[in-house]
Write a new protein. Structure first.
Length: 76
C-alpha cells in the first residue's frame, strides 16, 4: 500500500472513498485531507463499521488506486 501516492492525489482519490462510503460528505473529506487515521475515524463515526474492517477495505481501495495509477498511460 502506498498512501503517499494517495495523499499526493487526494482530490482524485476521495471520489473512490465516496463510492464505497457514501455517508461521507465533501466537508468530511476536506477536513481529513489525506490523513489515514482521521479518514478511518470519520468513516467509523459515520457508518458504525469496525475499524479493522474499514482499514482492510480502505487498503484494498488504495492498492487498486495505486495499481491503476501505475498502469495509466503517460500523456504529454
Amino acid at each position: 500500500m502506498n498512501w503517499d501516492r494517495v495523499k499526493g492525489n487526494w482530490n482524485q482519490f476521495k471520489g473512490k472513498v465516496r463510492e464505497k462510503w457514501g455517508d461521507l460528505t465533501d466537508d468530511d473529506l476536506a477536513r481529513v485531507e489525506g490523513n489515514w487515521d482521521q479518514l478511518v475515524g470519520k468513516i467509523e463515526e459515520r457508518t458504525g463499521q469496525m475499524r479493522m474492517d474499514i482499514e482492510n477495505r480502505l487498503s484494498d481501495i488504495v492498492d487498486q488506486y495505486n495499481e491503476s495509477a501505475v498502469n495509466r498511460p503517460v500523456t504529454e
